[in-house]
Design a protein around this ligand. Sequence first.
Ligand code: EPU
Length: 429
Amino acid sequence: MEKLKIAGSELLKGSVNISGAKNSAVALIPATILANSQVTIEGLPDISDVHILKDLLEEIGGKAALENGEIIVNPEEMISMPLPSGKVKKLRASYYLMGAMLGRFKKAVIGLPGGCHLGPRPIDQHIKGFEALGAQVTNEQGAIYLRADELKGARIYLDVVSVGATINIMLAAVLAKGQTVIENAAKEPEIVDVATLLSSMGARIKGAGTDVIRIDGVEELHGCRHTIIPDRIEAGTYMIIGAAMGKEVLIDNVIPLHLESLIAKLREMGIHVETSNDQIWIVGGQKDLKPVDIKTLVYPGFPTDLQQPFTSLLTKAIGTSVVTDTIYSARFKHIDELRRMDASIKVEGRSAIVSGPSKLQGAKVKASDLRAGAALVAAGLLADGVTEITGLEHIERGYSKLEEKLTNMGATIWRERMTDQEIEQLQNS
Ligand code: EPU
């Protein structure tokens, strides 16, 4: 087991190339199950979730080769193998295997998903969608059993705007008979990316990226080649780091339109941000940052996934900022760790109240989830002295080549093997 160490307070300068989007990748890879011939996806991030999903495709009989961010999947010999436990439990997005396997085989058994603990994360809307399409769904000993004689298009209104449910219903509906309409659908760019892949495979989907998606079922889907969109959350994380510690930081391979809410908030704080077609330039390191309030909302609102790293930046602003998470009520596990680093933050209900400016101090901290990890990396770069971050397995789920990318911009960040005593302490904490 390893820990991450950061010697902070150094100004960063340089460029960072953004990887393919994690939250697209975890849906695109299961979507390949629906094709009847070879699908190639290029530009995938080098993160643990991608490797686990590739293994899962192989477990159900598929052939998958992953090299230099490109996966080539041959789904022809896949079977409807039950996956009640094992690797499916390691990631939240294994729920996309439900939609994809139900769509292709009309049956699936998938262990209830793992992933980050951000408070309750129900999948009732996914199930409502599958049932509307004609599936019988039961929950037996921690696994979801899905079975349908045939899938028939339906009109489905989502009671909660959900990225996962929108994508999962699309996956199940593309091979169903007739038309499916998803109302109150989520509009995230990752949904458009999945719809683009499915359309290249021959699916008929209209309205992805709006709140009404119409899918006309087709008989079969064929192979294709697809390039994934850049990761707006990874890009946003480096923008926040650039705002906190950057002299000049260029974010390369990004779609600025996907980050408008963050760009607006950074500008409100007094950070200089410029955009071009596929680059964002940040001039940070200002001493007189203004406090701002943020409220996380579904896309195109401020993303919940950037709330945690943004909180680290707010410790630098002069005055009080309020961060409210309307998506996940308990996404504040990073706050106790930031307090250990001398931040002045209190949590009241769904909000964190940040009083700045605080000069953060290096400390031993633990990443409890992926974006909490990103918040601690940003805080470690801001802090005086050395910060030691454990819980690296969470960070590895979402950030490709983190140390390399930060080192290239002048950060001092490295990994160290943990001693047996440290591992024991961590496990008991
Ligand atoms: N919800 C329900 N019922 C459902 C589904 C969702 O009540 O059936 C609620 C959730 O509890 C939450 C809200 O609806 O309060 C939004 O959840 P959503 O389904 O949109 O989230 P998700 O699909 O589970 C994805 C990302 C998350 C990201 C959210 C919000 C993936 C694999 N995960 O989760 O990413 O925070 O959308 O944008 O795409 C991360 O990258 O760190 C991460 C957690």
